[in-house]
Design a protein around this ligand. Structure first.
Ligand SMILES: [Cu+2]
Length: 303
């Protein structure tokens, strides 16, 4: 009976759904006992099918822009930005703005995930590297903007909430993120394949974590300010992420509109820095009064 059901369930899906079904089945780590009832098998099938559908949702291909490894809505499904708790709020001032690019934009580099069938199964279309995410209005996504100098010697306790870095469809989500000294970095592996997370830290302790397809969570913390720490997967060379470790909550990562915001800040004179993985760092001096919100843009240029 079970075997018949299994056969019928698989036959009724097309190849993709079947692959997703089997993969999810493996992800759930379920071993059916000999006496498992048909009810449970059907329930598991329905659950797996639901998850499978979600994983197989593909954005409509567009001729206007190169296919990104992930779409902006996915990019921020995990929090790369700072979330300032009421406890951490130090004032009522803010800096907001956009990061722009002027000049000759680099040609997007195509990447192939076919070396690992577990990665390629989700993505048949050509995809491109995410090292430069330049939007139609010349704004740049994935720029780490933070207060570099000017904060008083105040201790900002690390948030209790961990920062989450997922490995999903064989890339890191988010690609660029901020994290406070002492805050937990929760590293997930949502893929049915092996990844390693190799953090080439200079001031912090470097680490290289292997995560097999059944190792779903590992955690680490950083104890020193370090902007930025590159994270790489040695199995899938296109996988990279960058962690900006700082000792306060006043940082932001530009979103799909190139915008950033530094909120709940005390008045003061600051050096604000913007870091991009290809274009480097630029800085601005900004003076903030109490209750003041300043709007400033950062412009990266390249000939
Ligand atoms: Cu990997």
């Amino acid at each position: 009976m079970i075997q018949k059901l299994w056969q019928r369930t698989n036959d009724s899906f097309d190849q993709n759904f079947g692959a997703a079904w089997l993969r999810n089945f493996r992800l759930l780590h379920i071993k059916l006992p000999n006496g498992a009832s048909g009810f449970w098998l059907i329930l598991i099938s329905v659950l797996s099918f639901t998850f499978g559908c979600r994983q197989n949702e593909q954005p409509a291909p567009s001729n206007a822009t190169p296919q990104r490894a992930f779409e902006p809505n996915q990019l921020f499904s995990l929090q790369s930005d700072s979330v300032i708790t009421a406890k951490q709020a130090a004032g009522s001032s803010a800096i907001r703005g956009r990061v722009l690019f002027k000049g000759q934009a680099p040609t997007p580099k195509p990447i192939s995930m076919h070396q690992d069938p577990a990665c390629a199964v989700e993505r048949e279309e050509q995809i491109y590297s995410e090292d430069v995410v330049l939007n139609a209005d010349n704004t740049l996504t994935n720029v780490f903007v933070y207060i570099k100098e000017g904060l008083a010697q105040q201790h900002y306790a690390a948030p209790a909430e961990p920062k989450v870095l997922d490995q999903h469809h064989c890339r890191y989500l988010p690609r660029v993120f901020g994290i406070q000294v002492g805050q937990t970095l929760k590293i997930l592996n949502s893929d049915p394949t092996f990844h390693n997370v190799h953090a080439s830290a200079q001031k912090n302790k470097a680490f290289n974590l292997g995560m097999s397809k059944v190792e779903k969570v590992k955690t680490r913390t950083f104890d020193q300010t370090e902007v930025m720490i590159p994270l790489r997967c040695n199995v899938h060379p296109w996988m990279s992420a960058y962690a900006g470790v700082i000792d306060h909550p006043f940082y932001s990562v530009t979103d799909s509109t190139g915008s950033f915001k530094l909120q709940a800040m005390p008045a003061g004179e600051y050096v604000v820095a913007a870091w991009h993985e290809v274009f480097g760092s630029i800085e601005q001096k900004i003076k903030l009064a109490d209750n003041e919100t300043k709007t400033v843009d950062f412009i990266f240029t390249r000939r």
